[in-house]
Design a protein around this ligand. Structure first.
Ligand code: ASP
Ligand code: MG
Length: 420
């Protein structure tokens, strides 16, 4: 049993969907069925975020919604003959979405209602892909992943109920895979009450890992528009180098520091059950790409990771007292409460600083909760640079022409925060 994950770019138009069909034809040996996890097509999640935001703030969302609908209709028109049942299925999903949008309540939770809306991207993509695979004679069954991926009610960042999920995947999904490919959604989960949750933006990789861990699968392949795992983002660095092989630990750390290639939560469930993760290009499926698994590295090419939209928050006691452990515990409790992730921190005698993703609203609430106790200053429009497995030439190359606000190094990792 294998798990494949196809991201938004791999199903962004009709030609891309055909290409996924071709990959499935080549990869699926008879009687060896694949669980396919698919993301929303192209930029659909962003588009649905816009639709939802307008609906929530009582603005006209209809034009934005129509665009999403036309985009999907155009894709199915190119893929299917006129009478195909897919038209009705897609229509029905838009019907349900429209009905839900009419019930949106600005007095109710934003995040809860967000999840109910943006989840349609994955539902649409998976319905369309399942129909297409059937049309090219690949036995395929659609699975609503919300039946098996059980989560808590932390909207937009739901956490898994692992035992429940594992039981359900073993009971429902495993038997299906004996006779058919199973096409399901990334990014989504469901609560006991039947509400939809999401696992965090770009969470479809994590979904693939959840299924693989619970089945268990022999491997996971993430099909991307890059050749594999690279040591830098090709959009930011001219000549990135491909890692043919890399350990789970190196990958987890790269994802943690902000490498956008794999969702950070993906690795743990795979590493725990020693399931290899392949990262391959859907544009060049024959190329070997990267294998992420248990391995040792003697020396490894430095990785360059850039995390934009950072802010640096510094805390001082009002009376210039030292920052002590009890102050720190107050600060950490508030950080946890407002769900800030510390990307870097530094302590000095009278001041404590953290670098975190910038989010204006939450930062303001956080600041207010602590303002009686601390003087809090922050800088925004910052970037966090990380070099994993750095050497001096790589540090010199990355730091030139930068205005550095804070810098740190360990034996393996060099990091600095600089102005955008
Ligand atoms: N469609 C979701 C997103 O864009 C999940 C994913 O692509 O992994 O965030
Ligand atoms: Mg995506």
């Amino acid at each position: 049993m294998k798990v494949f994950k196809f991201g938004g770019a791999s199903v962004k138009d009709a030609a891309a969907v055909r290409n996924v069909g071709a990959i499935m034809q080549v990869q699926s040996v008879p009687a060896n069925f694949i669980l396919v996890v698919v993301s929303a097509m192209g930029k659909t999640t962003n588009a649905l975020e816009q639709v939802f935001d307008k609906a929530f703030y009582q603005q006209d969302y209809q034009p934005a919604l129509s665009q999403v609908q036309e985009y999907h209709n155009q894709i199915i028109k190119e893929l299917f003959a006129e009478q195909h049942p897919v038209y009705e299925q897609v229509e029905e999903l838009f019907q349900l979405l429209t009905e839900y949008l009419q019930t949106i309540n600005p007095a109710a939770l934003y995040d809860l209602q967000y999840d109910q809306v943006v989840s349609y991207g994955e539902l649409l993509a998976s319905i369309i892909l399942k129909n297409y695979l059937q049309a090219v004679n690949l036995p395929s069954t659609w699975l609503d992943c919300r039946q098996v991926i059980r989560t808590d009610r932390i909207w937009r960042e739901a956490r898994l109920d692992w035992p429940e999920t594992e039981t359900k995947i073993k009971a429902v999904v495993k038997p299906l895979l004996e006779t058919t490919h199973v096409i399901t959604q990334g990014f989504l989960g469901g609560t006991d009450e039947g509400l939809t949750t999401t696992l965090g933006r770009e969470g479809s990789d994590y979904s693939a890992a959840i299924f693989a861990h619970c089945l268990p699968a022999e491997s996971v392949t993430i099909w991307k528009d890059v050749a594999g795992l690279l040591n830098a983002d090709p959009k930011l660095f001219p000549d990135p180098i491909l890692y043919p092989e890399i350990s789970y630990q190196e990958t987890v750390e790269m994802a943690y520091y902000g490498a956008s290639v794999i969702h950070p939560k993906t690795i743990k469930p795979l590493a725990n059950s020693h399931i290899p993760l392949y990262v391959k290009s859907f544009l060049n499926p024959e190329a070997s790409g990267t294998i992420i698994h248990d391995c040792q590295h003697e020396n490894i090419t430095p990785a360059f990771i850039v995390k934009p939209h950072q802010c640096l928050i510094s805390f001082q006691e009002k009376d210039y007292a030292f920052i002590n452990e009890s102050n720190l515990s107050t600060i950490f409790a508030a950080l946890a409460q407002y769900r800030f992730k510390i990307n870097l921190m530094q302590n000095s005698a009278i001041s404590f600083s953290i670098c975190t993703d910038y989010e204006a609203n939450r930062l303001e609430m956080f600041r207010q909760s602590l303002q009686d106790q601390f003087n809090i200053h922050y800088n925004t429009r910052l970037t966090l640079f990380t070099i994993k497995n750095y050497d001096e030439p790589s540090v010199a190359r990355l730091t030139q022409n930068q205005t550095i606000l804070l810098e740190q190094r360990s034996r393996t990792t060099f990091q600095f925060v600089s102005k955008e």
